[in-house]
Design a protein around this ligand. Structure first.
Ligand SMILES: Nc1nc2c(ncn2[C@@H]2O[C@H](COP(=O)(O)OP(=O)(O)OP(=O)(O)O)[C@@H](O)[C@H]2O)c(=O)[nH]1
Ligand SMILES: [Mg+2]
Ligand SMILES: [Zn+2]
Length: 350
C-alpha cells in the first residue's frame, strides 16, 4: 500500500502527520487485557504482545503502551508492539496506594469529557480535581452533566458550576440516552478527533458511548438509589470508532483521583493572586489583619467551598511533588532532579 493510502487509513483512527521512518506497520492501541493488547490499523482489529523491553520491572509504567497510543508493530505470530510513538497528549493520575506511580488514563486525545451525573454524583470539587489533572495533559476539558431528563431543575447547579469554573470551560447538560441531546458533542468528535470519557461509576459513560455509537456495544449498569453510585460495570478502557469519524475512549469509573504532583493548578490562579495581596507575605489566611482571602470570603466574592478545595488540592499537589522528586532522585543515584515543573518534564522522556 502506498504511504498516502496508509496515512489516509490511519487518519480514520486519529493519526496525524507523516509516517515514522523505518517502514514498520503503525496501529493504535484500542484495548489492553491481561493477555495482551488489541490494536487497530485503520483496517482491521488484531491482537499483539508487548516486546520484551516493555516488560522490564524497572520501566516507568507510563512508558508502556496504553490505550490511545500509536505504536509500531513487528509482524509475526503473534505480532509485537516494538515501540510507542511520541504522544501528543497524555492524561494521567497517580495510582492509588502507597507507592508513587503514574498511571495513564489515555493518550493522544484532543478532549477529555468529564461526565458527572446531575443526581447525587454531582460534585464541583471533583470536577475541579479532574480539571487540574487535565490542565497539563495537552487535551482540552469538556464538562458534561448527565441525566438531565431526570433533573430538569438543574439550572441552579449549572449556573453555580459555570461561575465557579474558569471562563471558557465548556459545560453541557445532557441526556446521555437521547441521540438528539448527545448530538451536541459532534463538535468534539469530528473525523480524526479523539476524546476520552472520564467520571465516577454510574455517571453514564457507557450509556453515552452507546448513544454516540448507535448500538449497545458497551454494557451498562443501574446505580444504587440512595447515593447514585454505579457498580463498576466497565472494567477495561476501550477505544471505539464512532459513525461521526471521531474516536471515543470509554473508561471504568474511577474510585480515586490522586494528583501526580505535576499539576500547576492554573484553575486557582485568581486565588493565588488574591493571596499575594495579603498584608503579610507569610499570611496564614486565618485571623491575620489585612488578609485579602478572609476579606473575599467574608464578602462572598470567594466561595468557601472553592477555597477549601483549593487548599486540599494544593497540599496534595505539594505532597505528591515531594514524593515524585524523591523517587526521581533515587533513580538518578542521589543527584537532585533537574526537571521543570509540569508537562514539559514528561515530554522530555518521550
Ligand atoms: N435517565 C438517564 N439515565 C442515564 C443517563 N446516563 C446514564 N444513565 C443510567 O445510569 C446508569 C449507569 O450508566 P452507565 O453508562 O453504566 O455508567 P458508567 O459511567 O459507564 O459506569 P461504570 O462503567 O460503572 O464506570 C444506567 O442505568 C444508565 O441507564 C441519562 O442521561 N439519563
Ligand atoms: Mg461504563
Ligand atoms: Zn491572607
Amino acid at each position: 500500500m502506498s504511504d498516502a493510502a496508509t496515512i489516509e487509513r490511519l487518519r480514520h483512527i486519529g493519526w496525524r502527520g507523516e509516517l515514522p521512518s523505518g517502514g514498520r506497520r503503525v496501529a493504535r492501541v484500542v484495548a489492553q487485557h491481561r493477555a495482551g493488547y488489541e490494536l487497530h490499523d485503520g483496517q482491521a482489529l488484531f491482537g499483539a504482545q508487548p516486546a520484551g523491553h516493555f516488560l522490564r520491572r524497572a520501566l516507568d509504567p507510563a512508558e508502556r503502551p496504553a490505550v490511545g497510543d500509536f505504536v509500531e508493530v513487528e509482524d509475526g505470530r503473534p505480532p509485537h508492539i516494538a515501540a510507542v510513538l511520541p504522544r501528543r497528549s497524555v492524561l494521567s493520575r497517580a495510582a492509588a496506594g502507597e507507592r508513587y506511580e503514574r498511571q495513564l488514563i489515555a493518550t493522544n486525545i484532543d478532549y477529555v469529557l468529564v461526565l458527572t451525573g446531575l443526581d447525587n454524583d454531582f460534585s464541583p470539587a471533583r470536577i475541579e480535581r479532574y480539571l487540574s489533572l487535565i490542565e497539563d495533559s495537552g487535551a482540552r476539558p469538556v464538562v458534561l452533566l448527565s441525566k438531565l431528563d431526570l433533573h430538569a431543575d438543574a439550572d441552579v447547579r449549572l449556573a453555580s458550576l459555570r461561575e465557579r469554573l474558569p471562563e471558557g470551560t465548556p459545560v453541557h447538560p445532557i441526556n446521555g440516552k437521547d441521540p438528539a441531546s448527545a448530538a451536541l458533542l459532534a463538535r468534539y468528535l469530528q473525523p480524526g478527533d479523539s476524546a476520552v470519557l472520564v467520571g465516577s461509576s454510574g455517571a453514564g459513560k457507557s450509556t453515552l458511548t452507546n448513544t454516540l455509537l448507535g448500538s449497545e456495544r458497551m454494557a451498562t449498569g443501574e446505580v444504587r438509589a440512595h447515593d447514585s453510585r454505579g457498580r463498576h460495570t466497565t472494567t477495561h478502557r476501550a477505544l471505539l470508532m464512532l459513525p461521526s469519524g471521531g474516536c471515543l475512549i470509554d473508561t471504568p469509573g474511577m474510585r480515586e483521583l490522586k494528583l501526580t504532583g505535576e499539576e500547576n493548578l492554573d484553575l486557582f490562579a485568581d486565588i493565588e493572586m488574591l493571596a499575594e495581596t495579603c498584608r503579610f507575605a507569610d499570611c496564614g489566611h486565618g485571623s491575620e489583619p489585612g488578609c485579602a482571602v478572609q476579606l473575599a470570603l467574608d464578602s462572598g466574592e470567594l466561595a468557601a467551598e472553592r477555597w477549601r478545595n483549593y487548599l486540599k488540592l494544593r497540599d496534595e499537589r505539594e505532597e505528591q511533588a515531594a514524593t515524585l522528586e524523591a523517587r526521581l532522585r533515587r533513580q538518578r543515584g542521589g543527584r537532585p532532579a533537574e526537571r521543570p515543573h509540569g508537562h514539559r518534564g514528561r515530554r522530555e522522556r518521550e
